[in-house]
Design a protein around this ligand. Structure first.
Ligand code: FAD
Length: 331
């Protein structure tokens, strides 16, 4: 079962990504994929979920649930989960998912793994007990130094959150018929201790998720001249500017540019890493790019382990040459 998140009745991409992954896992187990949605006037949006492999969606409808607030959403979710008893329950690791999933987990006394980077079905042995067909929740741990597989075999359901962009959204050529099942939920006035009075949106300054080309700056490209060259190359290639986390922490670029474990997960056709060492937390967000060009003056830099093209050199020199070559080619 996947929590179907919505904002202003637009379904969150991460929910569709999770449905796609859930479909693959469900096919392995020979079971169905279900969604769980909470809101008001969502029918039209929910009708399209069959295109992502959803067989059935439970919908708790109430005008007071149009906008997310923690307590009534958690109560609605717990009620349906208790009634429908899914084996696994997936949430997007969004502000909403990170708020509501732990509330659900603690109410149901279930295991919850946050920020999974992969989900598999497998087995686990512990003290002569063998658990089959359980959810293997895979994520970096201890500052990214290990990749941990976390299981909660005796917890029903197992709960996991996954960040946006980590799983791939796959629209099926042959959509499943998706039934919308309206679920009653008794919510009293006392269940709404907070009210949303106004929603103020901040437009994102950059859309890394949709970008086909990303030119990313790390601490080796933090000088004003390097950043100017990075922006120029990104502009020439019709791409966006990405960055490593220290570039954001240091105030060189705003957080919307950050790629990695605690930034955005991207899958562009081309990722050019400029002066980025390639620590695991950065790679977690870009290693699935189709082509990676890395520019670094250190031939031992870990980014070269995953780069398709490795350019050892001073970042400004290499960027200037790339810009010149690109301009000449397009004259
Ligand atoms: C919990 C946690 C979450 C994190 N999340 C993220 C995340 O989401 N994204 C992220 O990026 N990081 C993240 N980090 C930080 C991460 O561990 C690294 O510290 C960070 O990625 C390093 O950034 P960098 O490569 O820009 O800097 P550095 O590691 O300092 O590397 C700079 C590189 O530039 C090269 N260089 C220097 N000068 C030049 C030059 N003139 N020409 C060419 N090359 C040059 C150097 O050889 C070096 O390889 C996280 C860390 C933790 C603990």
């Amino acid at each position: 079962m996947v929590f179907i998140e919505q904002n202003d009745n637009v379904l969150a991409d991460v929910s569709l990504e999770l449905l796609s992954r859930a479909r693959e896992l469900a096919d392995r187990l020979g079971v169905e994929v279900e969604g769980l949605a909470v809101g008001h006037g969502l029918q039209d949006a929910l009708a399209g979920l069959g295109g992502y492999g959803c067989d059935r969606v439970y919908f708790v409808e109430d005008p007071r649930l149009a906008h997310f607030t923690s307590l009534p959403y958690a109560k609605a979710l717990v009620g349906i989960i208790k009634k429908r008893k899914p084996r696994f329950m997936l949430f997007g690791a969004t502000t909403t998912g990170r708020d509501v999933a732990p509330r659900v987990a603690s109410t149901l006394q279930c295991g919850l793994t946050a920020d999974c980077t992969d989900l598999q079905i497998g087995e686990h042995k512990f003290k002569k007990r063998e658990y089959r067909d359980i959810l293997l929740q895979i994520r970096p741990a201890f500052g990214g130094n290990i990749i941990a597989t976390i299981v909660s075999p005796e917890s029903s359901p197992s709960l996991a959150t996954v960040r946006e962009g980590v799983m791939q959204k796959r629209e099926l050529a042959d959509p499943h018929p998706c039934h919308i099942v309206h679920e009653p939920c008794r919510l009293e006035a006392g269940d709404f201790p907070t009210q949303v009075l106004e929603v103020i949106r901040r437009e994102k300054s950059v859309d890394l998720k949709a970008a086909k080309v990303i030119v990313s700056a790390g601490m080796g490209a933090s000088s004003p001249e390097s950043l100017k060259l990075v922006k120029e190359l990104a502009g020439l290639l019709g791409g966006e500017v990405g960055s490593s986390r220290p570039m954001v922490d240091g105030g060189f670029l705003v957080k919307d540019h950050q790629v990695g474990q605690t930034g955005t997960t991207v899958r562009p056709n081309l990722y050019i890493a400029c002066g980025i060492s390639g620590q695991i937390q950065h790679r977690a967000g870009m290693s699935e790019a189709k082509r990676i060009i890395a520019i670094n003056r250190d031939p031992e830099a870990p980014i070269f382990d995953i780069a398709h093209y490795a350019v050892v050199g001073e970042v400004n020199e290499v960027l200037k040459r790339m810009i010149k070559a690109y301009k000449q080619k397009n004259e």
